[in-house]
Design a protein around this ligand. Structure first.
Ligand SMILES: Cc1cc2nc3c(=O)[nH]c(=O)nc-3n(C[C@H](O)[C@H](O)[C@H](O)COP(=O)(O)O)c2cc1C
Length: 257
């Protein structure tokens, strides 16, 4: 294995950080390589906010489903899907006029643009994760940043065509991490990697794999009787998932209205 493959293979999410700040040099490398990520049409439909203000970090703990380690992360980056600067340019450049002259529709950002911009933002985020990891800096995504859109819009002054798609916490590990630290399991490839056509997995087979792969728990979550019920109650049907659904619906309506 070469060094890059080793970094990718050994990465794990890190949620406990040494309080010392990320060194200037390390931060510059992370940012440099983050912005070297591929981006659709080389248009950089994303922006990144460094959340340096401790009060704002503290607030994110609660607005992102009560995750206290956010407040302790020396470096917190907010990744935004961002169509705003392009549309500001289009509006100030007479794009709607030239479209009218040529009989073209002038379209404002739609759902597809948000998905593409989110791809851009996440690809950059993952570059930052890997750059950091290669420097001995751990990280963890916070998907819950998609919740509470009204609060996050106000907190970060986000205009209409900017959507917070991911938050990343970075820091040096609290203690020297063992090189062979246990990794989280992944599904066997045959469940997620197909040739030429999508393979619709039989739910019983999927269930059997989950039980074998993650081990039979002593009891299921919240009195559930099987792993399907358990995962639904704990994740998909949880209050944080309900809040994310509500928040993203509002954001989608605002985005394309
Ligand atoms: C989009 C996304 C959102 C995530 N959100 C959270 C989160 O809110 N809180 C958290 O502790 N971990 C979060 N994670 C980290 C996952 O829990 C973690 O990647 C997964 O359990 C696998 O573990 P590993 O990264 O150590 O391999 C998120 C990961 C991704 C990719």
């Amino acid at each position: 294995m070469n060094e890059t493959l080793k970094v990718l293979d050994n990465r794990r999410s890190l949620r406990g950080y040494d309080p010392r700040p990320i060194s200037k040099e390390h931060k510059e490398w992370i940012l440099h390589n983050m912005f070297r990520a591929p981006t659709a049409g080389n248009m950089m439909h994303y922006s990144v906010i460094e959340v340096a203000n401790q009060k704002m970090k503290d607030k994110l703990v609660t607005t992102c489903d009560n995750q206290p380690f956010i407040a302790k992360a020396p470096l917190v980056l907010l990744f935004l899907a961002d169509l705003q600067r392009w549309y500001d340019l289009f509006e100030s450049s007479g794009v709607s006029e030239i479209c009218r002259e040529r009989g073209l529709d002038y379209v404002t950002p739609q759902e597809s643009d948000l998905l593409l911009a989110s791809c851009d933002a996440l690809v950059a985020a993952q570059n930052a994760v890997i750059a950091a990891e290669s420097l001995g800096i751990g990280s963890c995504y916070i998907g819950d940043i998609m919740e509470n859109i009204e609060t996050h819009r106000k907190m970060f002054d986000l205009p209409k065509w900017v959507f917070p798609i991911a938050l990343l916490c970075f820091g040096y590990p609290v203690r020297e991490e063992r090189a062979d630290r246990e990794k989280t399991p992944r599904f066997p490839q045959r469940f997620v990697y197909f040739k030429d056509k999508y393979l619709h997995i039989d739910s019983k087979e999927f269930e059997a794999m989950l039980m074998e792969h993650f081990g039979q728990p002593r009891s299921f979550f919240g009195g559930a009787q099987n792993i399907g019920q358990s995962v639904y109650l704990r994740k998909t049907g949880s209050t944080f998932a309900a809040e994310m659904r509500r928040s993203v619906k509002v954001a989608l309506q605002d985005w394309s209205e």
